[in-house]
Design a protein around this ligand. Structure first.
Ligand code: AMP
Ligand code: MG
Length: 397
């Protein structure tokens, strides 16, 4: 995430840049076509036509290549496709078969940006387009914000590390790895902690360890079961809960809150200014308790955790992007919750269509891997017909 604005060091383009191969001409000379012009030379990319010298006079043309500077006394470029060379005894002529208007087929100097103009804002993710800009203004080093460290803590007596051979009732810990990937994709640095059993003491120790990072993501243990201890342990740590539960499916039990003294304003400004490598404890740290079902974990991360990681990473807050597509086959569901159902978007351009992935519920990671987006169903809809437009949350990364 950029911690400084990137400014144009010179005009963009720095010279009137031809966008076609052809001939630099004066438009008035080709107002009546066909027109014959005397070819007085050639300018290719990298050449700099001498200033002050009259290069393209009335009735003249200069051969020019894409990316080359247009001589100052020409005001348009005719495409080579609309010309034919004519060889005669004296000099070289070209016949122009189609006229051009002044300003055609070149970009005037400074038309894309003026020297000194802000091209990239601070707080913007340095993506490939941003990198192109940094490179083109000669910024080989840019100031970026420190990535927030995001602790990932999976909980559950049945959850075992992926290197272990699971017992008959055990499952491998997939959440810590999917979350770490999502954290990275959102601009954070994931710190995977050990798996916490459904036991108060150990869970508390690991939560405290996680709160040393900039943000803590817990998975599992936030439902209503007897061994869902996450909220209780956070309560013991004097957590403040901003919400416990959301009217969504999957992901209903998601909780969000913070622990520690409120010095957030001060901390925010220091983090934003990138002045501190590591925050001293104690101060307020946010956490999410995400439900353990893998699909719920992934959806609630996208909806709630990603925006906070982006903010902690110094990014100017962005809204989630929802696209719309036509539904391929009817959906029936229950009312009451906003649903985010794994789906497959296919087709292209105006023929894009979306269809629900066959799934067995929030634990079905195989279905999620087949899907590439989520269909968003409003809480008041029981049935959505084939052909209706539906809203999609795209799966990132
Ligand atoms: P919980 O939210 O703890 O009630 O867990 C809900 C479901 O998610 C259970 O079937 C768990 O076995 C499963 N689950 C919980 N944690 C993980 C994890 N780290 N990786 C994969 N599945 C998990
Ligand atoms: Mg559990």
């Amino acid at each position: 995430m950029l911690a400084e604005g990137i400014v144009a060091d010179r005009d963009f383009p720095p010279f009137a840049r031809a966008t076609r191969d052809g001939y630099a001409v004066r438009a008035e000379d080709v107002a009546d076509v066909p027109a014959r012009l005397e070819v007085v030379g050639e300018v290719k990319a990298g050449d700099w036509p001498e200033r002050g010298v009259r290069l393209v006079g009335s009735g003249q043309a200069m051969a020019i290549m894409t990316g080359a500077p247009v001589p100052a006394d020409a005001d348009a470029v005719v495409m080579v496709e609309h010309t034919s060379p004519i060889r005669e005894s004296v000099g070289k002529l070209v016949e122009v078969r189609r006229g051009v208007s002044a300003g055609e087929n070149f970009v005037p100097r400074g038309a894309e940006a003026r020297a000194g103009q802000l091209l990239l804002d601070r707080g913007r993710r340095l993506d490939h387009a941003g990198i192109a800009i940094a490179a083109s203004v000669g910024k080989s080093r840019v100031q970026v914000f420190r990535k927030p460290r995001v602790a990932v803590l999976s909980t559950g007596d049945e959850v075992v590390e992926i290197g272990a051979t699971p017992g008959p009732a055990q499952i491998r810990n997939s959440n810590s790895y999917s979350l770490a990937a999502q954290v990275q994709n959102a601009g954070g640095e994931a710190v995977r902690l050990a798996i916490a059993p459904d036991e108060r003491g150990r869970l508390r120790t690991l939560i405290e360890e996680g709160l040393e990072c900039d943000l803590l993501l817990l998975t599992g243990g936030v439902s209503m079961g007897k061994y869902d201890l996450v909220e209780q342990v956070l309560g013991e740590l004097k957590a403040e809960f901003y919400f416990t539960g959301a009217d969504i499916q999957p992901g209903r039990p998601v909780v969000f809150g913070s622990c520690g003294a409120d010095t957030s304003a001060h901390v925010d400004s220091e983090i934003a200014a990138g002045t501190r490598a590591r925050a001293p404890a104690p101060h307020k740290k946010c956490f999410f308790g995400l439900p353990g079902n893998p699909v719920s974990t992934m959806v609630t991360f996208e909806l709630f955790a990603r925006p906070i990681i982006e903010a902690l990473a110094g990014m100017t807050p962005q809204r989630l992007i929802f696209l719309r597509a036509r539904l391929k086959s009817e959906i029936r569901t229950k009312t009451g919750l906003k649903r985010f159902l794994p789906a497959v978007l296919s087709g292209e351009f105006e023929d894009a269509e979306v269809e629900l992935a066959q799934w067995q519920g929030s634990g079905d990671i195989a279905a999620l891997a087949r899907a590439n987006c989520y269909v968003v169903i409003p809480p008041d809809r029981e049935r959505i017909e084939a052909g209706e437009w539906v809203s999609l949350l795209m799966r990132s990364g």
